[in-house]
Design a protein around this ligand. Structure first.
Ligand SMILES: [Zn+2]
Length: 121
């Protein structure tokens, strides 16, 4: 499996762990899809409360972001919103830093898993 990750940069990370992290994030993302639909029926510029999409199953933090911004992030299936400090440098790269949250992009196996779990496929 390690050889299938490609790139080599994160080949040392346990694939099962990456999949577990991706699974947790996919669950948060599924919940946020429902939240997004609720917010989208209202004013898109108002801040909505979304769940942190980090890989920690015990995480109960939220991220305040407008539905418009959430849509923009979610247009890339490898990108997730997480509270600042909740990023997992082993499997993802911070691509945007905002007030109170960051946008991360999945790499390697975690990225592929995120795409496979994309509820918008
Ligand atoms: Zn979190």
């Amino acid at each position: 499996l390690t050889s299938a990750i490609g790139g080599g940069r994160i080949a040392h990370v346990d694939v099962a762990q990456q999949r577990r992290i991706a699974k947790n994030e996919a669950l948060a993302r599924d919940a946020n899809e429902v939240i997004d639909e609720a917010h989208s029926s209202g004013e898109k510029r108002l801040l909505g409360v979304f769940l942190c999409e980090c890989g920690d199953p015990r995480c109960d933090r939220v991220v305040e972001i407008t539905p418009g911004d959430y849509e923009r992030v979610r247009s890339n299936p490898r990108r997730f919103i997480v509270q600042a400090g909740h990023e997992e440098p082993q499997v993802e790269t911070v691509v945007e830093v905002h007030d109170g949250y960051v946008v991360v992009e999945k790499q390697g196996e975690a990225g592929r898993a995120a795409e496979a779990e994309n509820p918008r496929d």
